[in-house]
Design a binder for this molecule. Structure first.
Ligand code: PBG
Ligand code: ZN
Length: 323
């Protein structure tokens, strides 16, 4: 007499037919970290299963990814030399430029997105050029440099440009830079709503990009702000971003839903380093069923409204999806 919802849960086939949200291989983008050298594959203690790799190892990794069905990566560069402006990032032979060319030569079908920022390239570890008086990142000088960096990535064969620095006006500046250089069809995936988060800790070990002083709170968002989070993404949409993003993902699923409900643009989430490592460490400690918690988490991002999930779990998730 009380049968109501449970009737549809009794038969496993019917249960599958009625599933509302699905995680697919095509939803996943895998982050890779490249450094100079040969035969280098250094695991990072705070992110088990994540490596700093030299370009030759990245090529091997791409082969494995494609064989699993993962067709998109996002590249981060770890340069040999850092300086106050991050010059290497704007050079045609930067670690990233060389690696994009190497990947594209071997695997042209791989979608190569590039993180566009300066924190890995500056000796102070901030995401742009510092104002000598305020010691905060100078917005407009950094915009100019972002345009130069974007064109370097574009010329090397990048398929998607992903600016992560949270500078005001960055999409307008990068779009203009790309268009003037003839790359009118190259899309921009903006890290449009990015919070100043402690969840980035392990990433900064891998990318060697911890700020040498201060923090990123003068450019990344206050985790407490919901209206501002929507405004940030809508502003990037109006500047011409082709794909928007909320980052981090797990503690911000309300924001993912808010942005989803306020734009018709495609939406990505970045399932960041700290989120990955928490599950890894808990799995290793035998505290959780890692595989199931991972899949439940990734599905949650889809249910919240994400189209693309950037995740260090991509390979493990795909192996489970293919079973
Ligand atoms: C660079 C950048 C960061 C991440 C992606 N791009 C770090 C930061 O802003 O300090 C974090 C990714 C992660 O934690 O997995 N601006
Ligand atoms: Zn940065």
């Amino acid at each position: 007499m009380f049968a109501r919802f449970r009737r549809n849960r009794m038969n496993p086939v019917l249960r599958d037919m009625l599933q509302e949200t699905h995680l697919r291989v095509d939803d996943l983008m895998y982050p890779l970290f490249v450094r100079s050298g040969e035969g280098i594959k250094n695991e990072v203690a705070s992110m088990p299963g994540v490596y700093q790799m030299s370009a030759d190892e990245i090529i091997k990794e791409c082969k494995e990814l494609l064989s699993l069905g993962i067709k998109s990566i996002i590249l981060f560069g770890i340069p040999d030399i850092k300086d106050s402006v991050g010059s290497e990032a704007m050079c045609e032979h930067s670690i990233i430029a060389n690696t994009i060319r190497a990947i594209k030569k071997e695997y042209p079908q791989m979608l190569v997105a590039t993180d566009l920022c300066f924190c890995e390239y500056t000796d102070h570890g901030h995401c742009g050029v510092l104002d000598p008086h305020t010691h905060s990142v100078d917005n407009d000088t950094t915009l100019h440099n972002l345009g130069l960096q974007a064109v370097v990535h574009a010329k090397s064969g990048a398929d998607l440009i992903a600016p992560s620095g949270m500078m005001d006006g960055m999409i307008t500046a990068i779009r203009a830079g790309l268009d003037n250089a003839g790359f009118v069809n190259l899309p921009i995936m903006s890290y449009s709503t990015k919070f100043a988060s402690a969840y980035y800790g392990p990433f900064r070990d891998v990318a060697e990009s911890t700020p040498s002083f201060g923090d990123r709170r003068t450019y990344q968002m206050n985790p407490a702000n919901r209206l501002e989070a929507i405004n940030e993404s809508i502003a990037d949409e109006s500047e011409g971003a082709d794909i928007l993003m909320v980052k981090p993902a797990l503690a911000y699923l309300d924001i993912v839903r808010d942005v989803r409900n306020n734009t018709s643009k495609p939406l990505a989430v970045y399932n960041v380093s700290g989120e990955y490592s928490m599950l890894k460490m808990a799995g290793k400690a035998g505290v959780i069923d890692y595989d199931r918690v991972m899949m439940e988490t990734l599905l949650g991002f889809k249910r919240a409204g994400a189209d693309i999930i950037i995740t260090y779990h991509a390979k493990e998730a795909v192996i489970l999806l293919n079973k």
